[in-house]
Design a binder for this molecule. Structure first.
Ligand code: ADE
Length: 355
């Protein structure tokens, strides 16, 4: 049986209620690409200032391709999932090399760009090139699973594939891109995790609503459980330089700066214990200057507790895999989120330089 959706009602609702968002102003493929990648796993309110800053700093694909990775990561700093920024940078360089700095309007060609998945490809083809393509993200999965009361687990790749095909089959021939974006908007603003059915234009034909089971849908199995990490962070300062680590390629924090740390058990190490480890592992003689309260840092499926202590060191000895970097230079570098907050606290201490 073919499924159908009341697209007229959805379209009228979207045209009346849609949020004014900068990437909706003109359907520029580059702006669609950047905004859709930023919007993955991130709320619109958080994305807005990042999008504005990005477009000011890198107004074209060629500008992005010509920038250094450090600058790209710095503009992205705080958005998390940094591989997205690295892929945008790589993608821009590839587009300059192979497509004259423009996004191509074909699925086959878009697929050749690393980091572009079916969702982003669908969004670019639909919103920017006005093709009859669905852009199925978590919002759309939720809307469709509820509307059709689907028992399939939306955490499964096979279900996502099935719903992508279903979404495409529901699009009208006339202005299909409006329905593509309206489905996302409905999921983002009305058919949220806690559904606001009274505001929904599709209420009267939504199967879950009609059967009084909206709260049971979508069916979604739990992904990987959160893992808790505990880290004794050694902030070591010598004159106006700090000992820091830059994440290596392939590591979760690749290209991001962090202060060095040691994994610990749940119980916090004493400053004395940390001082001894620093001496044993790196041969640095340090003395404690400040003991910070713990900082919580979430990334991917981890929840880390950072337990930082600031130490002064009189001799700037080289340490394998770490580097001494001036405070003013560090201000220009991108830190992981927890270490960025720690660095801000260090700066606020306004420590006098040793004589
Ligand atoms: N979430 C993902 N894509 C979006 C878009 N284009 N508009 C609003 N929210 C979104």
């Amino acid at each position: 049986m073919t499924k159908c959706l009341e697209t007229d009602k959805l379209k009228a609702w979207f045209l009346a209620e849609k949020r004014e968002l900068p990437w909706r102003e003109q359907a520029d493929p580059y702006a669609v690409w950047i905004s859709e990648v930023m919007l993955q796993q991130t709320q619109v309110a958080v994305v807005l200032p990042y999008f504005q800053r990005w477009m000011q700093r890198f107004p074209t694909i060629a500008d992005l391709a010509a920038a250094s990775i450090d600058e790209v990561i710095k503009v992205w700093e705080g958005l998390g999932y940094y591989s997205r920024a690295r892929y945008l940078h790589e993608g821009a360089k590839y587009l300059v090399e192979h497509f004259n700095g423009q996004l191509p309007a074909s699925e086959e060609r878009l697929k050749t760009i690393k980091g572009l998945g079916p969702y982003t490809i669908g969004a670019i083809l639909s919103f920017a090139f006005h093709q009859k393509k669905a852009a199925v993200d978590g919002n759309v999965l939720r809307v469709l699973a509820r509307y059709f009361q689907l028992e399939d687990d939306i955490a499964k790749a096979a279900t996502v594939k099935k719903l992508r095909l279903l979404a495409e089959s529901l699009l009208p021939d006339e202005e299909p891109w409006i329905i593509s974006e309206a489905l996302i908007e409905l999921g983002a603003t009305v058919c949220q995790r806690k559904a606001r059915c009274m505001e929904c234009p599709l209420r009267s034909s939504c199967l879950s609503y009609r059967n009084g089971v909206v709260d049971r849908f979508p069916v979604k199995s739990k992904g990987a459980q959160t893992e808790y990490l505990y880290r004794a962070v050694a902030v070591i300062r010598c004159q106006d330089r700090y000992l820091v680590k830059r994440g290596k390629k392939g590591e979760i924090m690749s290209d991001l700066y962090e202060f060095p740390f040691f994994p610990t058990q749940k119980e916090r190490l004493s400053s004395q214990q940390l001082r001894e480890i620093i001496q044993q592992q790196w041969g640095l003689m340090v003395c404690e200057k400040h003991h910070f309260p713990s900082i919580m840092q979430g990334f991917t499926r981890y929840q880390a507790r950072l337990d930082p202590v600031l130490f002064a060191c009189s001799e700037e000895k080289p340490v394998a895999d770490l580097e001494w970097v001036e405070q003013d230079v560090l201000k220009q570098r991108a830190f992981s989120s927890g270490h960025r907050r720690l660095f801000e606290q260090i700066q606020a201490l306004d420590l006098p330089l040793p004589a």
